[in-house]
Write a protein that binds this ligand. Structure first.
Ligand code: NAI
Ligand code: MG
Length: 352
């Protein structure tokens, strides 16, 4: 297989973790005889410094000419006081919107050797293996009108039937590749958009008789994520509920540094990035955990290139390195010997 991958390292630890992830991609290419053409572009703070634009046209053009995008992270104190158009996060929102990446996939899976870092009891966290499917380009964050006056403000929660259909179908398709269970999360006892959401789920599920569907209210979902997170397989929900629930779910595994994500559309094109931010306070020190970026490459192989075997090879290598007791600084108690970003990446590469 021959594919073109755009890499946008971004700010803070972004360059270190994407460097690690690209190395792993290169190893996969050699082992499985693929060719991945990697080209680099700027986004976020570095792009503001160079082009006064968090998502310059040349970056958009690079991504348009690619089959998938790997992104590090954006942001940092250097740009925190900038006016809103020149904020690094604007680059992220803009790229998701430009490429119509409507489905945000966030897997949360317990790693046995990391359970000590989970805030939940080991027996509650140990069997967690879920996929949160969040609608990413509609809802409250994009609805019009959105404005304020001195003493009032309005945001609009808007969803069309078509927007709901495509995300719900995506969730059903993903459930088919997993345990066949979908929890559709809404607030149908209060919101009109949620009533339409439920209607669409009921209609679309007819084509998926093999999938078990449950409607859940967002408030009770928030509780169950803590009391019985292992009960979830696929969770599908609208933009804001998904934003909150996916962050809640992300702490279950005990480390932000191990969680990947994908933002995709229907034709296979996707943007892959770690869930964590740019961690400016540890940037350049070799302390960053590259696992989330490396696992983001595994998601790219699976969801954009249909290379399931290659994706699993990466996941298994990462798990083995953890099980062998090798950790980066974020995952061990102070005083213990830890591996640097590069040393830990080399362990994964040896494993592959
Ligand atoms: P953060 O995720 O960068 O850091 C939170 C904590 O986790 C920090 O203690 C950090 O050192 C640690 N951490 C995060 N990733 C790690 C890794 N791979 N290895 C080891 N430790 C890691 O979130 P924070 O501190 O709220 O934001 C820092 C900057 O990142 C801000 O400018 C923020 O706007 C930006 N940000 C960017 C995101 C993105 O690009 N998608 C997402 C979240 C924040
Ligand atoms: Mg969030």
């Amino acid at each position: 297989m021959e594919k073109k991958v755009a890499v946008l390292p971004g700010d803070g630890i972004g360059p270190e973790v994407t460097e690690a992830a690209v190395k792993v991609l290169e190893v996969i290419a050699r082992r499985f005889s693929h060719t991945f053409h990697v080209e680099y572009g700027v986004i976020g703070g570095v792009a503001i410094d160079k082009h006064q634009n968090p998502l310059p046209d040349e970056t958009v053009a690079l991504c348009e000419a690619s089959d998938a995008v790997l992104l590090g992270a954006v942001g940092g104190p250097k740009w925190d006081q900038n006016p809103s158009a020149l904020r690094p996060e604007k680059g992220l929102l803009a790229i998701r919107k430009h490429f119509d990446l409507f489905a945000n996939l966030r897997p949360v899976k317990a790693v046995p050797s990391l359970l000590h870092a989970s805030p939940l009891k080991e027996e509650v966290a140990k069997d967690v293996d879920m996929m949160i499917v969040r609608e990413l380009t509609g809802g409250l964050y994009f609805g019009e009108p959105s404005r304020r006056t001195a003493d009032a403000a309005v945001d609009s929660l808007v969803y069309t039937r078509e927007e709901i259909e495509r995300i719900v179908v995506k969730a059903f398709e993903i459930a088919r590749l997993r345990r066949g269970k979908v929890a559709s999360v809404d607030k149908a006892n209060v919101l009109e958009t949620s009533k339409l959401w439920r209607e669409v789920v009921e209609e679309k599920k007819k084509a998926y008789p093999d999938i078990e569907v449950e409607h859940m209210l967002v408030d009770s979902t928030a509780m169950k994520l803590i009391t019985n997170p292992a009960a979830f397989d696929v969770v599908v929900t609208e933009n804001m509920f998904g934003d909150i629930l996916s962050d809640e779910a992300s702490v279950i595994t005990g480390s932000l540094g191990v969680l990947p994500s994908a933002s995709i559309r229907s034709d296979g094109f996707g943007l892959y990035e770690p869930v964590h931010g740019s961690a400016p306070e540890i940037a350049g020190l070799g302390l960053a955990n590259p696992a989330a970026a490396i696992l983001s490459v595994a998601m790219m192989l699976k969801y954009s290139f249909n290379l399931d075997t290659e994706a699993s090879a990466i996941e298994e290598a990462v798990n083995t390195v953890f099980e062998d007791g090798f950790f980066t600084a974020d995952l061990v108690e102070p005083g213990k010997r830890v591996l640097s970003t590069k040393e830990w990446t080399d362990k994964v590469i040896d494993e592959l």
